[in-house]
Design a protein around this ligand. Structure first.
Ligand code: PMP
Length: 718
């Protein structure tokens, strides 16, 4: 493999001679990363951080998601390393810190072991920078007295890869120290552990050297020779392959960039690989005609190259490309399947109608909390408000239930949006109203998160939308409905949300604050951190604030809407406003995001909020004082029930919502759920990993709460 260097200093890409003299400088970091990604991995180094003169963190964060990057420069702590991985680095390069311990110079076993435990040994690259056979650190200024080969031998089992820089040659382009390379290759051979890889940097200046390094079984990293045009990456790539082993003809697997479908296989010789890079379209060698085969030259069925990669022993290629049309000569989309897209194993449930299309049959719908017919039961299962909405709201709904119902409602909900905007200090253009916040969320998934089959730009390629592993269970349902790939980020052991888990390459982020069903709130600093990061990588973050009115004042991210064009806040009138039956929810965000929601709505149903709902919701917005009283009362009850349950030995998470998340001392969640039910109390139980022993209990009226408490506190649980 050929690794291209991107050394960053003062916000620019630079090349230094001997680690000191600036030779050249470029501004276009992102464009370089996208270009280099076609050929191999990219080494992104923060020279300022390495030299202890500030850092280029924001820029590094923006670059790492753009290619398969290894990052380094100034990695001093395990957290530094973990942060780079979170930002999208495939590997982390560790220099000076690997060789400093106990006030002197030696291999820092403890540190490297800790890093390996945190990010995985295979991600750890230890930089062995050597001058005349001696390891040097601190930007090559400090000699360590550590001999290169012996030290490499010791450090190899602690790393997935060593990066050898011959300092006297770096930036000089006067050739590689091949003897050192061979000795190092011997030194990194592992008997028990998986192989430690070796990459050679520093002074590589000729194609023949790349061939020799490849033959020695090492990868090569290019800096100065690349930027000065002395070596072209395409040419370096060709020479890094093991042509000898495959008799001059290397097999190529061609994979669709958008969905990972394998399209075809073929063979390439040196010429075909070169032409692939030159034309930007996959070229092969036709064995039938024994000639260069420029795929699509006649048929127009081209394969636009995204990236080319060699396999582990450099005798097979993977071409990731975008197919302009079906690729097979039979007219099929691929040589292995007639249809476009990855074939999913059918998840059709046995009872599903044979008339359902594949998408509908494969859905696993959300299961809402039960709405029992038995009026006598105490309903603490769907987070409804136990108190009624104010009389003015009921009156407004009554008035709207008039002969005007023959007319469609205002599709834009103009008056309602105006009132909501005024309430939050925003403009009506910053507000969207929908049929419950569930609908707003569904529209948001459709508008802002890329569907697997639709992604066109490299930035969207297979990047999953992130949300907590324990969260609102409608999110994965929307993701499946719109074919959005998603990934869950584990909450910490105490169920708090770990903001750092979201600071990595992704296709968007959504989380409730406070979270459901845990009720735990994420602090404003962490919320802002996530929004800021998403802003940096150009992705949307949705903060679902369904329960925010029950949390501490000042937690809402609504004041960040004007600062962050990528922030969408979703609110509902179902909880604090006691209007779950009305079905009204909002989104607050930048005008362009709101416009995105309108596009989806108007492709689906132009009138989701009916006349009665608009009128009653408008009245509700004007009743802030009434609702403040209701919310205060619910919070008081919540604190009381939480304290009493905790005293009786239940685990109670500290809630910022209108429900609590609790666990009995000994009994499994299903048993407690059943027993409460037998006693006429309906709560919510999620039979899901990590939370199967927990119950979510809505805060009811004081009377309802007392009945619930009486049963829950009973010395011997009935
Ligand atoms: N978000 C979260 C986190 C929720 O718990 C709920 C209620 N199930 C909603 C959104 C949806 O609320 P609604 O559709 O009633 O506005």
């Amino acid at each position: 493999m050929v690794v291209a260097s991107i050394d960053i200093q003062g916000g620019k890409v630079v090349q230094l001679k001997q680690g000191a003299d600036l030779v050249l400088q470029r501004d276009n970091v992102q464009a370089l990363a996208c270009e280099f990604d076609k050929y191999g991995e990219i080494a992104v180094i923060d020279l300022d951080a390495a030299m202890g003169k500030g850092d280029n963190a924001a820029l590094i964060r923006a670059v790492l998601p753009l290619g398969e990057c290894r990052a380094g420069g100034g990695v001093r702590t395990v957290d530094d390393a973990a942060r780079l991985v979170e930002w999208g680095a495939k590997k982390v390069i560790i220099g000076s810190t690997a060789f400093r311990a106990g006030g002197g110079f030696c291999v820092n076993h403890a540190f490297l072991e800790k890093v390996a435990r945190r990010i995985g040994r295979e991600r750890v690259v230890v930089a062995v920078d050597a001058r005349e056979g001696e390891i040097v650190v601190d930007g090559w200024k400090t000699r360590t007295g550590l001999p290169l080969i012996e030290t490499a031998h010791i450090v190899a089992p602690l790393a997935g890869e060593l990066l050898f820089t011959s300092v006297e040659n770096e930036g000089m382009m006067r050739g590689t120290d091949m003897d050192a390379v061979r000795l190092l290759k011997e030194a990194v051979k592992q008997e028990k552990d998986p192989a430690t890889l070796l990459t050679v940097a520093g002074g590589v200046s000729a194609i023949e050297e790349i061939r020799a390094i490849a033959e020695a079984g090492a990868d090569v990293q290019l800096g100065m020779a690349l930027y000065t045009g002395k070596i072209a990456l395409g040419e370096a790539f060709v020479e890094s392959l093991n042509w000898k082993k495959c008799g001059g003809m290397i097999p190529v697997i061609i994979q669709e960039a958008k969905d990972g479908q394998v399209l075809m296989t073929g063979y390439a010789d040196r010429e075909a690989v070169r032409e692939t890079f030159v034309r930007g379209n996959v070229c092969l060698h036709s064995r039938t005609r024994d000639a260069l085969w420029m795929k699509g030259a006649n048929s127009g069925q081209t394969l636009r190259l995204r990236r080319l990669r060699a396999d582990c022993d450099r005798d097979a290629l993977l071409a990731v490309a975008e197919a302009s049309a079906g690729v097979c000569h039979t007219g099929a989309w691929s040589c292995f399947a007639t249809e476009k897209g990855l074939r999913k194993e059918s998840r059709r449930t046995p009872s599903a109608s044979p008339y359902l299309n594949a998408r509908a049959a494969s859905l696993t719908p959300y299961v809402p909390g039960e709405q029992p017919r038995d009026k006598a039961c105490i309903k603490l299962n769907t987070n409804e408000n136990p108190y009624p909405p104010p009389p003015s709201v009921i009156e407004a709904a009554r008035k709207a239930a008039s002969e005007t119902l023959r007319l469609y409602p205002d599709p834009a909900c103009t008056e309602l949006r105006g009132a909501v905007a005024a309430r939050y200090g925003l403009q009506p253009e910053n507000v969207f109203a929908g049929n419950g916040s569930d609908e707003v969320l569904a529209f948001a998934f459709a508008a802002f998160f890329e569907s697997k089959t639709k992604s066109e730009s490299p930035a969207h390629e297979e990047q999953p939308v992130l949300f907590p592993d324990v969260s609102y269970s409608f999110y994965p349902v929307y993701a499946a409905l719109w074919d959005v790939s998603c990934e869950t980020v584990p909450l910490r052991d105490d169920f708090t949300l770990d903001a750092a888990g979201y600071l990595r390459q992704n296709g968007g982020v959504i989380f409730p604050n406070p979270n459901a069903p845990t009720g735990l709130a994420l602090g404003k600093t962490d919320v802002t951190r996530i929004i800021e990061y998403q802003h940096c990588i150009g992705k949307v973050v949705i903060v679902d604030e369904a329960y925010i009115d029950f949390a501490a004042p000042g937690l809402s991210a609504v004041d960040l809407v004007e600062t962050y064009p990528n922030l969408l806040i979703v609110r509902t009138l179902s909880k604090s406003a006691a209007l779950a039956g009305l079905r009204v929810g909002f989104a607050l965000g930048n005008e362009a995001l709101i416009d995105g929601l309108c596009r989806v709505r108007d492709s689906f149903n132009s009138y989701p909020v009916d006349r009665i709902a608009q009128a009653a919701a408008l009245a509700a917005i004007g009743e802030a004082a009434y609702y403040d009283t209701l919310v205060r009362r619910i919070i008081q009850t919540r604190e009381r029930v939480s304290a009493e349950l905790a005293q009786s030995g239940w685990t109670v998470l500290p809630s910022s919502a209108n429900f609590i998340f609790i666990k009995h001392k000994t009994l499994p969640g299903t048993t407690v759920f059943q027993r409460l039910r037998e006693n006429g109390i309906l709560v919510r139980h999620f039979d899901r990993p990590r939370i199967a022993d927990y119950l979510r209990v809505t805060i009811g009226s004081d009377e309802e709460t007392d009945r619930f408490l009486a049963i829950a506190r009973a010395a011997k649980f009935p």
